[in-house]
Ligand binder design. Structure first.
Ligand SMILES: [Zn+2]
Ligand SMILES: [Zn+2]
Length: 124
């Protein structure tokens, strides 16, 4: 199968949801991360990866500006129910596909999987 950087779409998304039916999410300190392991919906090669949906915000002056307000806010929300996590992914198999740029691996497919709340762990 050749590399195709424009491979994406609903069909691929649907296949991906099945490929990564064991994907799990984790919400810790407001940071959402995920773990996926399964066959790429396009090339079928296995890909396994961990990633984060939220960038780490370095703690600086802006962070501590309203500590009291933030404390009150988190008190009002003791148990945030996890929302389904939409994870944009790109094929990350370890195979070199024909036509891939440079030393890139993967078939270029892009897709979005949705991790349901039942597979998302919330840590506080
Ligand atoms: Zn692939
Ligand atoms: Zn592949």
């Amino acid at each position: 199968m050749d590399y195709d950087e424009f491979a994406s779409g609903e069909e691929l998304d649907q296949k991906a949801s099945k490929s990564f039916a064991t994907a799990t999410g984790l919400v810790s300190l407001g940071m959402r991360s995920y773990r996926v392991d399964g066959p790429c919906p396009r090339c079928g090669h296995r890909m396994a990866l961990n990633g984060s949906l939220d960038l780490l915000v370095p703690s600086g002056p802006g962070k501590s500006r309203r500590p009291v307000f933030e404390a009150l806010q988190s008190k009002d929300q003791p148990a945030p129910a996890p929302e389904p996590m939409e994870v944009p992914l790109r094929c990350a198999c370890s195979h070199k596909h024909e036509g891939a740029p440079g030393t890139a691996t993967g078939c270029g497919a892009e897709f979005i999987i949705t991790i349901p709340p039942s597979r998302i762990e919330v840590r506080r």
